[in-house]
Design a protein around this ligand. Sequence first.
Ligand code: GDP
Ligand code: CO
Length: 392
Amino acid sequence: MLLELPKHAEIFGCVKIHEIQKVLKFESRPFESPLLKGISKDEMDDVLSRMVVIIPVKDEKLHLLDGVLRSVPIGCDIIVVSNSQRGENDIFRMERDIVSNFHRVTGHPITIIHQKDPGLGIAFKEAGYNAILDDAGFVRNGKAEGMVVGLTLAKNTGKEYVCFVDADNYIPCSVNEYIRLYAAGFIISQTPYSMVRLHWRYKPKVMEDRLYFKKWGRVSEITNRFLNLLISIHTGFETNIIKTGNAGEHAMTMKLAEIMAHSTGYSVEPYQLVYLLEEFWKGETEFREAMNSGIEIYQIETLNPHVHEDKGDEHIREMLLGSLSTIYYSKLANDTVRKEILEELKKNEMIKRERELKKNRVLPPIAKMNVEKFVEVLLNHSETLTMLSKED
Ligand code: GDP
Ligand code: CO
């Protein structure tokens, strides 16, 4: 792969945010210059073999999940965390059939589990990670909760990198590109604490509804604007550095993923940036090793367009509210930021009063969790965990 190297980065304490990078060629010979990096196939394969791909899924078209699985590069383990419907129309069972068939035909290592598996509830409780549980002791609904389930299982594999891809992708091979771009980011990264976030130039709509495309673009634009404002009010310099506030598709080194906190609802991605800035720019973090090594954030623009399922206006509303709430309630926000957020939300008829802007629940980092214990308990109590490794 031939990748543009970032010419510019902005530094906030020990957090370094790189400007957007473009892919110049999908395949390339090894090459190195101050402005470009040619990554060889071997270098790429090496990182891919140390990566776990987590796919959160909830009631998506089975065709889409199937396509996504087939596009994962060789070498990466796959973990599917499903919160799909059970009961009479058991979508989870169909997903599990797809996963088993995929493994039988390809031999690709893959794990699938249901988010509401009672074993998961028991295992998180035993491991002391109660924030993810509801009153009945089950893992709560939500993408962030699914991501944490995936992360915990990924940590158990001992692999170094973890990435997320959505299951509702209409262009299977774009997933292959995403995962290679994550690997490329890790290859150029200088620290064991790094994150790669994807940016799309094109986001064509799936359904006829033209408005959907416009609004989707608008959410990202608004989130980015406020994240940049949050930074600018502290530095005194206007910035545009953040272009991937709502980047659903992203990857982290396991070292960074372990110390990351996760905002629930539809705010997990913007919150990652807010959290890193709170913790490592102005904050007194307990994660000294990360602070000493430095944290890097890469933003890479894909060649493929992003075409995913249209989830409707309510979804967009939730996303904007969730995203702006994480900024509004950030320790870094001041009156100016808060006032502008409220104005934006009122202008878009999202809320009428301040008290309608709910604070997002946050799941703490999994760093302190006893993962060995978690896995031991899970293996004893799980009803849905299916781990298909190479030898099976
Ligand atoms: P967007 O693409 O970020 O606007 O949001 P989506 O609704 O497409 O969600 C992203 C991914 O998370 C998709 O693959 C969803 O199926 C999946 N997802 C949504 N809610 C949940 C959930 O509660 N649990 C799990 N495990 N996955 C979920
Ligand atoms: Co989607």
